[in-house]
Design a protein around this ligand. Sequence first.
Ligand code: C2O
Ligand code: CU
Ligand code: CU
Length: 439
Amino acid sequence: PSADGRRHYRLTLAPGSSDLLPGRRTPTWGANGSYLAPTLRARRGDRVSVDVRNRLPEDTTLHWHGMLLPAVMDGGPHQMIEAGGTWNPYWTVSQPAATLWYHPHPHGATAAHVYRGVAGMIILDDEHSARASLPSEYGVDDVPVVIQDKNFHDDGSLDFTEVKLAESVAGADNLGVLGDTILVNGTYDPYFEVTTRRVRLRLLNGSNARVYWLGLTNGRTFHLVATDTGLLARPRAMERLLLAPGERAEIVVEFRPGDDVVLRSFEPALDLGFPTERFMGGDDTFDILALRAARTLRDSPPLPTRVDGAPGPVEAPAGATVRSFDFTGLQINGRTMDMNRIDQVVPAGATEIWEIERGDEWVHVFHVHGATFQVLDVNGQEPPEFVRGPKDTVYLYEFGTTRLAVRFDDHVDEERPYMYHCHVLRHEDEGMMGQFTVV
Ligand code: C2O
Ligand code: CU
Ligand code: CU
């Protein structure tokens, strides 16, 4: 960073070798390192520019998930970076404080590129977040937690074997990789040494397909303070939250001296029915991160009862355009992704109602680029409390319809589209994706 609000980043994507497992070497990919990528940080109003060098053996892209920026800078499947090539996106940060992330998005190969390790967190700050009474010392009481599941061969190499069900499950026979080994920030069997009374965890589900149902082993509540695209106006106490691939949640956890607590993923209620639920991880429990508190803890700022300047709910005007999307059988509205077809055209700055219907017994996760949304209801009921905040990604909970109020950004481009898709990366690769332009 420099004083005048310019941030310049250099990211070199390259293959490497990592010690992800004790005593083994794993061939991986990363940015500026052999696995994962640096946390990028910027403030609202900053002009960001990035030099991306692709030293990988394959063409790829780098997508800024959750960032509001022109479609040509979005890093979706149309902004390919050739193997050996470079890409120089730039934009002005024009959105509230949030935890975002970045990852490759080449059509048909996103799952493999992310699984090999290319992904990083982005932290955006703004004038309100800087004043909010929240833990904010990076790595001390404000900690990135990138959660991923992997499978390894005995020699330490990544296992790409995918979960496939019988062909009889109509159209959708592939979830991609569901790993039985959890890594946090690329670390196996991770723990964090807590030195303060309160710690803010910036949780990111960077997994290809696994859904986590997170809580603390001591049964205590934690406070949700932010969802995907911004802070909540009021921190909300809860015991569990669901985190689907691509989703983020910021939570504040309270500690007593000497506490030894584990952030665990309990059996998630995926609402998929028998026997699918079990095959999709519905019976799985994992320890995610051990949290070990010191004998004496530094005091922390009190948890705010309200966060001034947090973005309010996205509200659609009366008579807002309604669009419906059927997520069934690896298709959206019966169609597979076509790079040359624009599926929707949205007026710049519009707020619309998008109704997402899940029509089969598979894990599907809705994500839209270039926009922020509010979950209005799920099958006509109030949505779960952990999704009541600014979002860009949401698990499609049950058979039926998830209704969203979606506010689109105002960067006009009649030619180049943004994407909406299932964030189960294998589904996205197989074409469960559509394109829209903002005009
Ligand atoms: Cu995180 Cu279109 O993706
Ligand atoms: Cu995205
Ligand atoms: Cu899906």
